[in-house]
Design a protein around this ligand. Sequence first.
Ligand code: BES
Ligand code: ZN
Ligand code: ZN
Length: 490
Amino acid sequence: MQIQIAKQNAFDSDVDFLIVANFEDQNTSDFQTADTHLQGALLQKVTKLKFKSKAKDTLCIDTLGKIKAQSLLVLGLGKSDQYSDLVLRDVCAVAIREAYKQKANHVGFLLPSLPKNSTRELSAGVLLGLYQFNQFMSKDAENPRHEISQITFFENGFTIDQNLVNQGQIIADSVNVARELVNEPANVCTPTRLADLSKSFEAQPNVQVTVWGREKIVSEGMGGLIAVSQGATEEPKFIHIAYTPKNSRGRLVFVGKGLTFDSGGLSIKPAKGMEEMFIDMGGAAAVIAAMRAIVHLQLDIEVHGLVGACENMPDGNSYRPSDILKMYNGKTVEVLNTDAEGRLVLADVLHYGTKLNPDGMVDLATLTGACMVALGTNYCGLFSDQDAWADTVLKASKEAGEKAWRLPLDEELGSTIKSKRADITNLGGPWGGASTAALFLKHFKGNTTWCHLDIAGPTHVSKENGYICDGGTGFGVLTLIKLAETFSKA
Ligand code: BES
Ligand code: ZN
Ligand code: ZN
C-alpha cells in the first residue's frame, strides 16, 4: 500500500473518502471547516445523533457534491488531554476499516497537529486496520474483492515526516506477517515454512540465518525438541536468526514456541478445541516478525531470534507419558503429559540462548490454558526472577500498547514438578499451571537475565478492538521491537 503525504487543501483534493478527526471536548478546526463546506449539515447530524467524538467512534455523512469527496467520516479522538500515540493508532485502524466497509477507493486523513513521534502510529494504525486474512478466499470474477487503492495524509499546518511514516509501515507490515503466520493452517504453516521465511531475511544487511533439521537437532542433543516432534512426519526445525549490526549497544535473545500444530500427542486433546491448535506457533510468529522489523529498521542492537518449530502428533513413533528425556542442557525430564510439550521445546531453545550470553532474554509462548483462565485474552502473563528485567519488559509492553501482567514464579510451587525418576517432570499440580510451566522453564535459563511471556490468551482473539484484529493478532511483535529500540537508543 502506497501512503502519500500531501500539502494541498484536503477539501478540493481528489480523495473520494475524507476522514476528519475531532476531539470530544473541542471541535477541531478541520471539523469546523468541514461543517462550513457542508453548510451546517455536519453539526446538525452530530447534534441529532448525539455523536460525541469519543475515541474510536465514527460518523459517516454523504457530502452530496458540496466537496469533492463523496463521503466524509468524522473520527472521534476522545478527550484532547488523553490523546496519545496509542489512541491515534487505534482510531486510524478503526477509520480505515470503516472506509473499507464503505467501499472507499482513495482515502484522505485530516488530523490535528501531532507530536513528531506520533507520526509512526499514523501509518502503523492504518496498515494494521487494513489487515485481512483472505489468502484462502477464492476471488469471484464478477464480484472481485474490494481494495482501497490509495491513502493520503494531509499536512495541515504541520509537517508529516516521511521517514517516520515509513518506520510505521515497517512495523505494521511486520505485525501483519505475524498475524498471517498465526492465521495460516498447520498444513500450510509448517516448520519448514517458518524456516524458509526466516532465511529470506538474509537479503537484508547484517543478517545470518541458521536452520537445523531433524538430523542436526538429534546430533546436537536437543532432546526436548526431538521427543515432541518424533510422532510427526513434518520435519522439525530449529531456527536462529542472527542480526549483528556494526554499532551495537547490547545483545538480546528472543525465543519463540513454534508448535505448528498441537494435537496433544498421545495425551491427546479432546476433539472440541483441538481445531484451534494451529495457533500454537504464535510465539515463533512474534519472534520472526519482530526480527523482520528490527532488520528492516537496522537498529543499533544485536538481536538473536530463536525458534523451536515442530508438530506434536500421536503416532507409533510418538514420545510417551513416562519417557525420560535428556535435554540439551543435560538435565533429565520425566514426561507425564505429552500435551505439556511447549516447555520441552522451549527448554532446549532457551539453553541455546544462554550460550549466546545476552544482556537479556525473552521467550514468548502459547504455553498454558491456565494463563488464559487467569488473565483472559487481552493480557499476557509475564514471569521473571529478576525484577529489573521484568520492569524493563513491562515498560516496553506498556509503551507498545500490548498488555502484560506479572504473575508469580512461586518457588514453593517448584516442588510440584519434582520427579522420583528424573531431575524434574513436565507436569505440575492441579493449580497454578501458568506458574509451574514458567518454573519448569527456569531450570533451563541458567544465569541469563530472562523473562517469559505466556501469550496463550492474546495470540488469537474472536473480536476486533481498535488496532487489534480478530483471529491472529501478532501479539508480542510490538513489545519486542520496543524493547530492542530502548537498547538501540540507549
Ligand atoms: N498449546 C497448549 C496451550 C494453549 C491452550 C494455547 C489454549 C492456546 C490456547 C499447551 O501446549 C498445552 O496443551 N498446555 C496444557 C498443559 C497441561 C497439559 C499441563 C494446558 O494448558 O492444558
Ligand atoms: Zn499442548
Ligand atoms: Zn502447545
